[in-house]
Design a protein around this ligand. Structure first.
Ligand code: NAD
Length: 412
């Protein structure tokens, strides 16, 4: 089947199997290059569980753990497989490509397509961690658990009630400039303010409760190594996005993630003693083009300008660049790998790999640039071209070296 991107309102409803496979191979090649000649500290991950492993930050976290440190990885995500007539979701192909590449490199990996929020998934994941560790001949103790879910819904396993997340402001409606990446059309997107129920539901879906449940399940089954690290991802961003992000429904969920981080660390200490080396972190990451981020008003416009400024300054990073820096310069510096208290964090205890995005000069120049952008100059003055490329690439399109005019197998 010849597959061309089908995009409307910054949402792409299909994917390209060969393009996704090539994209994963390219990410692996980048990781290998970034780890070349790097000295490895004594304690780096050998067995990692990546919750939300198929795209964006989770995929990068898995690739960097496996191809950077040689870790055995168990990945969990929820993706639609291909059918006779339709390609699967990008993550479906990414997972396949990852497992194939890992096997070729002699790395043990196992990927599960299941709802991360379900109790049974946790039980099955624990079983898979044991089996994968046995296959690799290593102890079944995870030293890294990445929590990188971006989900629209969650069914609470305790009550069976399904909650839907919403990206909305709280207290007042929000209007923000945004850009249609296919046409370059600039327009104002408005979002009504959230009800209390919508805010509570978003916290249920994207907050920290499920992360806590995962860590409790793993701790109770003795699946964590004595120096296990667990990391969940968040975003803060510039003040102009706060009404819709940091102070909106999703921001409340992210606040809850930080609450959960403190609770997990407390339970680590209660169970393992005050000097335990097990540690949970929230990492504040950079705004990037992933399937989750492009539908938030203001973000596509902001990111198109941010990328232009960061690329001009030689500071731009993609998911791989971000996660490799998270590992090499935060979690696994020789000092931090041996002692989690030596992990570089901000005053609130969060890891900051959004530091380059948030630099004063980067922010000032991005905001100034945003003020000058019109429909006439958006293609030349902003990096909407780079934004569009990253978006297409996340669905397997616009990947260098892929011939989109030849039949692609759906790989059912
Ligand atoms: N993209 C950004 O700009 C950005 C910036 C900072 C932080 N973050 C955070 O990083 C995390 C990951 O975001 P992303 O942009 O990489 O998203 P993404 O959409 O690329 O990935 C989400 C992952 O979650 C999985 N998933 C969703 N629902 C699931 C379920 N019920 N069960 C199992 N797996 C499920 C998907 O399969 C996928 O692997 C989020 O917490 C997000 O808030 C993103």
């Amino acid at each position: 089947m010849i597959i061309k991107p089908m995009i409307r309102n910054n949402i792409c409803i299909n994917s390209h199997p060969i393009g996704c496979e090539s994209g994963v191979k390219r990410q692996i090649a980048r990781v290998k290059k970034l780890f070349l000649n790097k000295q490895k500290p004594e304690h780096t991950p050998t067995l990692a569980l990546i919750i939300g492993c198929s795209t964006g930050y989770g995929l990068a976290s898995r690739i960097a753990a496996a191809f950077g440190y040689g870790a055995v990885t168990i990945g969990l995500s929820l993706e639609k497989p291909a059918s006779e007539t339709k390609p699967g979701t990008p993550g479906f192909y990414n997972n396949r490509a990852f497992d194939t590449q890992a096997a070729e490199a002699g790395l043990v990996s196992f990927t599960m397509n299941r709802d991360a929020f379900a109790r049974e998934t946790k039980t099955r994941a624990i079983q898979s961690v044991r089996e994968s560790a046995a296959k690799a001949g290593i102890p079944p103790r995870l030293d890294l658990v990445i929590y990188s879910l971006a989900s629209p819904v969650r069914t609470d396993p305790a009550t069976g009630v399904m909650y839907k997340s919403a990206i909305k402001p709280i207290g007042a409606p929000y209007s923000g400039k945004t850009v249609d990446m296919m046409t370059g059309k600039l327009f104002t997107a408005s979002v009504e303010s959230a009800t209390e129920e919508e805010t509570a539901a978003t916290v249920k879906v994207m907050g920290g409760e499920d992360w806590e449940l995962w860590m409790d399940a793993l701790e109770n089954e003795d699946m964590l190594s004595p120096s296990a690290r667990t990391v969940a991802y968040t975003y803060i961003g510039p003040e102009l996005s706060w009404a819709i992000y940091k102070n909106g429904t999703i921001g409340m969920a992210k606040q809850d993630l930080e609450r959960a981080c403190t609770a997990i660390n407390r339970r680590f200490r209660e169970k393992n003693g005050a000097d335990t080396k097990k540690r949970a972190f929230v990492s504040v990451n950079k705004a990037l083009v992933t399937r989750a981020s492009v539908v938030i008003p203001i973000i596509p416009f902001y990111v198109s300008c941010l990328f232009k400024v960061m690329k001009d300054k030689g500071l731009h990073e993609d998911c791989i660049g971000q996660i490799v820096r998270l590992y090499q310069e935060r979690l696994y510096t020789p000092e931090a790998a041996a002692d989690p208290d030596k992990t570089p964090v901000d005053e609130a205890g969060r890891i900051r790999i959004d530091d380059l995005e948030m630099r004063d000069d980067v922010q000032a120049e991005t905001l100034a640039l945003m003020d000058t952008i019109t429909e006439e100059n958006v293609w030349s003055k902003s990096d909407i071209v780079g934004f569009k490329h990253d978006f297409l690439e996340a669905h397997g399109f616009d990947v260098e070296g892929v011939d989109y005019d030849v039949d692609a197998p759906l790989m059912i």
